[in-house]
Design a protein around this ligand. Structure first.
Ligand code: SAM
Length: 304
C-alpha cells in the first residue's frame, strides 16, 4: 500500500463493484465545481467500488467522499509525482485492480493532472472510461450566449504579461489564417483585468465576450458584453472567485477569404493586368461580387 493511501471503511456492494467496471478498469470521475449537489450519482458508486482513488489533494477528495459516507483508499497523483507513480499504478491495473481518477474539482485532465498517466494506461491496453459531469469550461460556454461550436479550449494562458501577449498574438495569427472559434480561457481573478485588456488590444474592443464567475456557487455571475467594456469593468475592481473567460469568434473564414482575394489581386496586377481586368479575373475565380473585388483592386493598385 502506498504511504499516502488511506484504507476503506466498508467493503463495496456487488452493485457498486459493477459501477467500477471489469478488473483493470480506470474510471475518470468528474466532481463538483462548487455546488456539492452536482456530484454524479454514478461517480459516487464508482468511488465506493474501486480499489483506490487517484486524486490531486487527498484532503479535498477525502472530504468529498466523506460527504457521501465513503472513505476510499486515496493516492495522491499530481504534476510532481505523476511520472514516478505511473509504473506502479499501471502494475496495479495489470493485477486486476479497479482505479478511479478525480481532480479537486470538475473534469479530470482539463487543466488538471492525469493526462500522462491516462495516456500510459491506454497505451498499456487498459480499459479507460469516464463518469462525465461538471466542467467549468463547458458550463461557461453554455451560459455565455456565444456560439457553442466550434470552440477552442485554451486553459490558462501564461501568467507573465510578455508570454501571455505572445500567445494572444499567436491566436490572432490563427484567426487571420481562418480560425473562427469561440475561445475558452481560465484565469485567476487578479489577472482578469490584464487578460481582458490584452485580448481587447489584439482582437478589438468590440469583440463579444463573457466572464463567467463562481459558476454553480452562491455568488454565480455571468457578465456578457464586449472585450472593451469587460476590460474596463474588471480594471476598476478585481473580482473574487473562480473565472472562465469566453471570447466570441473572429471573422475567421471571411477574413481569410479577404486575405486570399487581396493576394490574388496583387498577383494579377503584378502580371500587368489593369485594375478592371484583375478585378474581373479574381471575381470570376472566387465568386465574390465584382463591385467588392473592384474596390479592393483599386486599393491594391494604390489608385484609391
Ligand atoms: N478540471 C476543472 C474543470 O473541469 O472545470 C478545471 C480545473 S482548473 C485547475 C481551475 C480553473 O477552472 C479555475 O481557476 C477557473 O478558471 C475554472 N473554474 C473552476 N471552477 C469554476 C467555477 N465554479 N466557476 C468559474 N470558473 C471555474
Amino acid at each position: 500500500m502506498d504511504e499516502s493511501e488511506v484504507s476503506p471503511m466498508h467493503p463495496p456492494s456487488d452493485e457498486a463493484k459493477r459501477a467500477a467496471g471489469p478488473p483493470g478498469t480506470l474510471t475518470l470521475v468528474a466532481t463538483p465545481i462548487g455546488n456539492l449537489g452536482d456530484m454524479p450519482a454514478r461517480g459516487i458508486a464508482v468511488l465506493a467500488a474501486v480499489d483506490a482513488v487517484l486524486c490531486e489533494d487527498t484532503r479535498v477528495t477525502a472530504k468529498l467522499a466523506a460527504r457521501h459516507g465513503l472513505a476510499p483508499s486515496l493516492i495522491a497523483l499530481h504534476e510532481h509525482n505523476e511520472d514516478a507513480m505511473t509504473p506502479r499504478l499501471l502494475a496495479r491495473l495489470a493485477s486486476g485492480e479497479r482505479l478511479a481518477l478525480v481532480s479537486d474539482a470538475g473534469t479530470p485532465l482539463v487543466s488538471d493532472p492525469g493526462y500522462r498517466f491516462v495516456r500510459s494506461a491506454i497505451a498499456a491496453g487498459h480499459r479507460v472510461t469516464a463518469v462525465p459531469g461538471p466542467s467549468a469550461a463547458l458550463a461557461a460556454l453554455a451560459v455565455s450566449g456565444l456560439p457553442p461550436a466550434p470552440f477552442l479550449f485554451l486553459g490558462f494562458l501564461p501568467p507573465r504579461a510578455g508570454a501571455r501577449r505572445a500567445r494572444i498574438a499567436e491566436l490572432a495569427r490563427w484567426e487571420a489564417a481562418g480560425l473562427a472559434a469561440t475561445l475558452l480561457l481560465f484565469e485567476a481573478p487578479r489577472r482578469l483585468g490584464a487578460l481582458l485588456a490584452d485580448l481587447a488590444d489584439v482582437f478589438g474592443a468590440a469583440r463579444p465576450a463573457a466572464v463567467a464567475r463562481e459558476l454553480t456557487k452562491l455568488f454565480e455571475e455571468v457578465a456578457r458584453g464586449t472585450l472593451g467594456n469587460l476590460a474596463r469593468r474588471y480594471a476598476e475592481a478585481t473580482p473574487r472567485g473562480e473565472i472562465v473567460v469566453v471570447v466570441g469568434p473572429g471573422a475567421g473564414e471571411a477574413a481569410a477569404d479577404d486575405a486570399a482575394v487581396e493576394q490574388m489581386l496583387r498577383a494579377a496586377l503584378a502580371r500587368g493586368l489593369g485594375v478592371r481586368d484583375a478585378a474581373a479575373e479574381v471575381a470570376a475565380a472566387t465568386g465574390r461580387p465584382r463591385r467588392d473585388v473592384y474596390a479592393r483592386a483599386l486599393r491594391a493598385s494604390g489608385r484609391e
